[in-house]
Design a protein around this ligand. Structure first.
Ligand SMILES: Cc1cc2nc3c(=O)[nH]c(=O)nc-3n(C[C@H](O)[C@H](O)[C@H](O)COP(=O)(O)OP(=O)(O)OC[C@H]3O[C@@H](n4cnc5c(N)ncnc54)[C@H](O)[C@@H]3O)c2cc1C
Length: 404
C-alpha cells in the first residue's frame, strides 16, 4: 500500500493547479493519470478570470512564456455576417482584460510540469477504478493490469469527462441541457483577422442558431474550428461528420469566405453527451473539481475557468482541513461554485432560447449593460456588483423585453 497526503485523479488543469497549491503548502501529492501526456483534449479558449487565478497561484509568468495567442474578446457573427463584438477591456473594472487561446495538449502539460517541479509524483497510464471511502483507499491499474493501492488523507477527483467518483459513488445526475454534438478539427490557411482583433474567438450563428461554430486562432498559424448542434440536427442531415462540417461552412456567408483556402490539419472528431451534473461536490475525505463536478456547454468557453476556479478553491479548503481547521464545505465550496455556475447556466439557456442574441444585437442597451455582459463573458461570475450575477434569469428576461 502506497501513502500520500492528497491523491488526485486526473492531470488536467484542475488536477495540476490544485496539486501546485497543495505542494506549496507542504503536503505530499500523487496524481494518477489515465493517459500519456501530452494528450489532446477539447477546450482551447480561456477567459480573463483564468489569468487572475493563474496569477494568484504564481503560474501566470510560465503561461505567458508559452507565447500563446492573446485573446481580447469574442465576436458573434450571424447568418448575414453582422458582427457583435465583446471586448474584454470594456469590463466593470476587473484587472485582467485578456486571456489566451491555447492548444490544450501544451497548456495542460505546462501546468503538469509545474506540479512535477514542485514535487508531485505523477503516474501516467494508471486508471483509477475503485474508491473505498470508508478506509480512504483508491485502487488503480497500470498498463500491465497491475493493481496499485493508495491510502491518502484526502482524495480529489479532477478526472474531467472521466467522472470517476461521480460514477463510483453514484453522484451523477443527467444535465437538464439538451444532448448536443460537437464536430471539430484544426485547419490552417484561413483568412485571419488583423490587428488587435486577431486573437478574438468567433462564435458563428448558423441556420437560425440550430447550429453555432467556434473559430479559435492559435499563435502557430493553425486554428481550431468546431460546430455544435442538437444531435437530431446532425442526424437529419444524413452526412458523415466530415461532410457535415464542410456543409455548414460552405453554406454560411461568413465562413465560406473565411475558410475558402483553408486545409484541415487534423482528422475531424466528434463528441456528444458532454453536459453533466452532480448531486454533491464533496463528502467525507473527498471532493470533486473541474469537469468532474458539472459541465454546462462550450458556448461561452467557461470550462477551464470553472476548472481552475474550483481547484483553486478546493485546494485552499483541503489545506485547511488537513491542518485541522473546521471547513464548511457546503457554504465555502459547493454554494460558492454554484453561484458562478448558475450565472453561466442562465446565459447558456438564454443563448439557446435566442434571448441573448436579441440582447447582443440590440443597439438599445446601455454602456453599463454592455460592460456587465462583457464581464460575465470574461468569467467574472462571482462579482456581486455585476447586474447579472444575482437573479440572472429574470434580469435577462427583463432586458429582452426592454430591447424589444
Ligand atoms: C465541445 C467542447 C468545447 C469546449 N470548449 C472549451 C473552451 O473553448 N474553453 C474552455 O475553457 N472550456 C471548453 N470546454 C470544456 C473543457 O474541455 C473542460 O472544461 C476542461 O477540460 C476541464 O478540465 P479538467 O481539468 O476538469 O478535466 P480534463 O481536462 O478533462 O482532465 C481530466 C484528466 O483526467 C484523466 N482521467 C479520466 N479518467 C481517469 C481515471 N479513471 N483515472 C485516471 N485519470 C483519469 C483524463 O485522462 C484527463 O487527462 C469545451 C468542452 C466541450 C465539450
Amino acid at each position: 500500500m502506497r501513502e500520500c497526503d492528497v491523491l488526485i485523479i486526473g492531470a488536467g488543469p484542475s488536477g495540476s493547479l490544485a496539486a501546485c497549491k497543495l505542494l506549496k503548502a507542504g503536503f505530499s501529492v500523487v496524481i494518477l493519470e489515465k493517459l500519456d501526456f501530452p494528450r489532446f483534449v477539447i477546450g482551447e479558449s480561456l477567459l480573463p478570470r483564468c489569468n487572475e487565478i493563474l496569477e494568484e497561484c504564481n503560474l501566470i509568468d510560465t503561461i505567458k512564456e508559452q507565447n500563446y495567442m492573446l485573446k481580447g474578446g469574442a465576436i458573434f457573427i450571424n447568418e448575414e455576417k453582422k458582427e457583435q463584438h465583446i471586448d474584454f477591456r470594456e469590463n466593470l473594472g476587473q484587472k485582467w482584460a485578456t486571456s489566451f487561446q491555447v492548444k490544450r495538449e501544451n497548456f495542460d502539460n505546462v501546468l503538469l510540469n509545474c506540479a512535477k517541479q514542485l514535487g508531485a509524483k505523477v503516474f501516467h497510464r494508471v486508471e483509477v477504478f475503485e474508491y473505498d471511502n470508508e478506509n480512504d483507499i483508491v485502487k488503480a491499474k497500470d498498463i500491465n493490469e497491475e493493481i496499485l493501492e493508495y491510502k491518502s488523507r484526502f482524495v480529489l477527483d479532477a478526472s474531467g469527462y472521466g467522472r470517476v467518483l461521480p460514477k463510483l459513488l453514484d453522484l451523477d445526475i443527467p444535465s437538464d441541457l439538451k444532448l448536443r454534438n460537437a464536430i471539430f478539427t484544426r485547419v490552417k490557411g484561413e483568412k485571419r483577422r488583423e490587428g488587435d482583433k486577431e486573437g478574438f474567438i468567433d462564435i458563428v450563428i448558423h441556420d437560425d442558431n440550430k447550429a453555432w461554430l467556434w473559430v479559435i486562432p492559435f499563435s502557430d498559424g493553425t486554428t481550431s474550428l468546431g460546430v455544435v448542434c442538437k444531435e437530431e440536427y446532425f442526424k437529419d442531415k444524413k452526412l458523415s461528420k466530415e461532410e457535415f462540417l464542410d456543409d455548414v461552412i460552405f453554406n454560411h456567408k461568413y465562413l465560406k469566405e473565411k475558410f475558402k483556402d483553408a486545409q484541415k490539419v487534423t482528422p475531424v472528431g466528434i463528441i456528444n453527451g458532454y453536459s453533466s451534473s452532480i448531486k454533491k461536490m464533496y463528502g467525507k475525505g473527498y471532493a470533486l473539481s473541474g469537469n468532474a463536478t458539472e459541465f454546462l456547454d462550450p458556448v461561452f468557453s467557461s470550462g477551464v475557468t470553472l476548472a481552475l476556479e474550483s481547484s483553486n478553491r478546493v485546494a485552499k479548503l483541503i489545506i485547511d482541513e488537513l491542518n485541522g481547521k473546521k471547513v464548511d464545505w457546503q457554504k465555502d465550496y459547493e454554494d460558492y461554485m454554484n453561484m458562478g455556475i448558475n450565472v453561466f447556466r442562465e446565459f447558456v439557456y438564454a443563448w439557446y432560447e435566442g434571448k441573448l442574441r436579441k440582447i447582443f444585437y440590440s443597439r438599445h442597451k446601455s454602456e453599463l449593460i454592455q460592460k456587465s455582459i462583457s464581464s460575465i463573458l470574461s468569467g467574472y461570475v462571482w462579482d456581486e456588483n455585476n447586474y447579472f450575477v444575482k437573479d440572472t434569469k429574470n434580469k435577462i428576461n427583463a432586458l429582452v423585453s426592454m430591447v424589444q
